[in-house]
Every structure is written in structure tokens, then in C-alpha cells.
Ligand binder design. Sequence first.
Ligand SMILES: Cc1cc2nc3c(=O)[nH]c(=O)nc-3n(C[C@H](O)[C@H](O)[C@H](O)COP(=O)(O)OP(=O)(O)OC[C@H]3O[C@@H](n4cnc5c(N)ncnc54)[C@H](O)[C@@H]3O)c2cc1C
Length: 489
Amino acid sequence: MAADVLITDWKEAPRVRLLADHPVAQGGRYVLCWLQQALRARDNAVIDAAVHLGNALNLPVLVYHGIREDYPYASDRLHRFILGASVDLGISCRERGLACVQHVDHAERREKGLVHRLAADAAAVVLEDQPTFVARWQAQRVAERAQVPVFAVNAACLVPPALIGDGVRGRSGFLRRHEPERTAWSQWKDERPDVTPYAGELPFAPDRLEELDLDALVADLAIDHSLPVSTMHPPGRAAAEERLARLVADVLPGYASARNDATRSEGASGLSPYLHFGVLGPREIMAAVNSATAGGQHKRKLADELLGFREWFHYQATQLQAPEQYDRIASWARQTLADHASDARPEQETLAAMLAGETRDETWNAGQRQFLVDGWMHNNLRMYWCKRIIAWTPTPEAAWATACYLNDRLSLDGRDPSTYGNIAAMFAGSPSERERAIYGRVATRGDGSTRNRAGGEAWLAAAASRPAPQLSVPAEVPVDPYLTGEATV
Ligand SMILES: Cc1cc2nc3c(=O)[nH]c(=O)nc-3n(C[C@H](O)[C@H](O)[C@H](O)COP(=O)(O)OP(=O)(O)OC[C@H]3O[C@@H](n4cnc5c(N)ncnc54)[C@H](O)[C@@H]3O)c2cc1C
């Protein structure tokens, strides 16, 4: 019955997958809505699915968001951003008539297996359908152990990836299926809870985040304190709304031509961190874009990036067992890179020099310093940045691991389907006519699109010498415990 309510009858049913098929638990106290990355209370299909199911079962929804100390790359930067989003999520859920409880894991208040314990008191579980990184692996583990139905819901995309169907290989084929769906999926209406908010027993004492000094809390945790909070991307919903307003007023009117210019601070929206952590969703952004007065070419370009590229990479990730791994790269590219794996690499850089943005390459350092200071890098620099790593590391596999590691650790928008999809595109793309050392037929890239602009030289020199935090340097690029199966929920 629970399956019908969401999988067949609900208006957003194509967003929903049944991860664990069990009967609804009789005597369950609530429908558990477990959020990992979709950290917003409105326009959130995960919450809406839980409310819809709760109404059908005459049960309240319990929204839960927790943050652990031990996820890969946990740092002041990521933790503070996530906690800022979580505070606003809790406040807005309560305004929406939903109970929302939070937990910040630390040594004195460790709560082992909290999601499993919350699920044990639930009639059903609704969680996020995220195709990469911790959110994907943890959802799978919870579904494996649950004794109640578990539904995974996509809130990250405007068009549910399932509507595209399996096996679409190229972006043009994807767009042919994606574009006709966009208008229908642009509308949303938050589901209204019919049941009073859950106020019953809990298996733990929640943190009241809105009453805590979050900076002090973060300072006290066993996480990477060498990576500071980004001032360019402050945490929280108000900061995300400010960026969205800035997109409409200052960025969109020139977007189609200015987005490639790394030297212009208003050339791009800077929204990707808020999208990655779900503080804003693509429907809300597209609604703002569509009602703006900017010219059609700018709106179309923004839609092409936000929907045509971002959702393409999401779709790709849903089609892969391990989107984070090197073997996702096109086979011709792996072959040509393997053919050149033993080529001399005279330009190699150390991990310490790359991490610090102190390599011999000024343009690369300029991009890396954006990662270090802002927790974000301009798209045009990211392409050059990624290509160069191939020449600087001993093997193509090491280049892949290094690019993912730097992007994931430093960038607020890292660990995303767009991370691994874009890095894979830099390692493959269209084969070059010319066969070069190290790269084989993988195209290389120069820095002329920034350096040759008026003022480009001076901008790069200044960007490459921005004071940057000194980071802890691992002996080698760490292997992710989730990919090796060593981590637990
Ligand atoms: C090597 C490499 C690594 C990248 N790593 C990431 C990453 O970790 N996370 C991430 O979100 N994006 C990544 N991108 C894509 C892109 O660079 C960023 O999305 C963009 O720079 C974010 O800045 P913005 O929000 O100002 O973009 P805008 O130009 O304002 O675009 C608006 C939104 O469209 C989406 N978008 C724009 N360009 C792309 C693109 N090429 N691919 C997918 N979506 C896009 C983003 O969600 C972005 O927020 C990477 C690109 C490259 C080449």
C-alpha cells in the first residue's frame, strides 16, 4: 500500500524509487524523512514525499538531519556550511508544521547507528536519491538493514532522471528526452501535512542548532581545521537567496558572453555550493531566471548549464555503479592514456605544491587559490586546472585521484555528480587529431582564454598570489573508506 501511495499514485512518482520493499510497520510512530544533502524545507520533493505518505498513513513526519565527524574531507569549511543550512532547514520545517531534529556527532555525544535507530521506530523511511559519494552509500546501507519500506526520492534535478530511461550515452540524446519534460516539471506545490507535528519519544537528545554558537561548535570537533570557512559563500538560506537575487540583477544580463571570463566577478552565479547542498533547488532557480528581464540568449545559456549539463551529469551518475572511479572514463581515452603512461613527465609537481597552489604554473595556482580561499573555482579555470594535473602526476590513474581529491576536499560544490562528470570529460572529450606525449589523443588546453584578455595577465598574477590557508598535506592522496567498503553509517 505504501508503495502505491508514492510509486504509482503521487504527482511526483517518477522521482521515487523503492529501495527496500517491506510492509509498513504497524505501530510505527512516524514517517522518517532523512535528509543528507537536500537541506531546504520548501520545494523539496523528499519532504513532500514523506508528507504525502504520512498523510495517507495518518502519521506525522519526522525530518532528521545529522552530521558526522568522520565523513571524508570533513573540515571547518564543509561543516560550517552544512550546519548553517541545517539551522535554516529546522526553522523552516517547523514553520511548515513538521518536526525536524538534528544531531552533530562528536566525541562526547556519539550516537552510533542513529539513522537505523530512528528507522526502527518508523512506519516507513523516505530518504534522498543521490547518485554519488556518502549520500549514495549511506542510503544503500540503511535500505539493506531496514525492516520497513524505504523510498529514495530525487530532489536534486528539475526533471527526474528516471524519465530519461536507461542507457542514453550522449548528451544530445539526453537533451532530446530532457528538454520536452522541463515545462511540466518546473511547477511545484509543497504538500501540506494533515497530521500535527511529531512530539513523541526519540532515541536520542537532539541538538537545538539554532541556540548553539556554530563557530565554537565546529572549532571543537575532530575535523580538518586547516580549511577555513569561505567568505565568498557564507552558509545559510539568506546567503543563497542573496546570490540568486544577484544572478537575476547582475549576472544574467550578460551571462552568455561573460560566463567564460574568469576575470569578471559577476560573470557567473556562484550558486553551485548552494545547489550541491540543496539550499536552493533547480526549480526555484529556473523560476527566478524565467521571470527575469534579461535577454533570451542569456536565459537559454543558463538553462543549458543548470539543466543541460548539471542534470546530464546527474543522469550519468545514476547509470554508473561507481561514478567516482577512473574506469568511468571513455575506453578510448583510457587506452590512449595507458599507451602513454610510461612517457617521461618532466613537469611533475608534488602533492604539497599542488595543494598549496605553489606550482610553477601561475594560471593553475590562480585557480587553485580560488579553491583554497573561496571554496569554489571559475569554470574556465577548472578546465585548465584539470588538464594540467594529467602531466604533473606519475600515471593517469594518479591524475584522476589527485583531481578528485583536490576538488572534493577544497570545493564546497565537490563530491557531486558534476565533479566526477566534468573531470571525466576533461580526461576524454572529443579525441584530438594529434597524438601528444602523456596525453595521447586526449586534447590539451592552454590558458589563453584568461591570459589573453585585456587585463588578463595582471588578474592572473594577483589571483595566483592571494594569501591562502596552509593545509595539512597527506603523505599520499587518500583512498576513500566508502569506496573500499570500510566505512559504516
Ligand atoms: C574539472 C572540472 C571540475 C568541476 N567540478 C565541479 C564540482 O565539483 N561541482 C559542480 O557543481 N560543478 C563542477 N564543475 C562544473 C562548473 O565548473 C561549476 O558548476 C561552475 O563553475 C559553478 O559555478 P557557478 O555556480 O558560478 O556556475 P554558473 O555559470 O553560474 O552556472 C549555474 C549553474 O549551472 C551549473 N553548471 C554550470 N556549468 C556546469 C558544468 N560544466 N557542469 C555541470 N553543471 C554546470 C552549476 O550547477 C552552476 O551552479 C566542474 C567543471 C570542471 C571543468
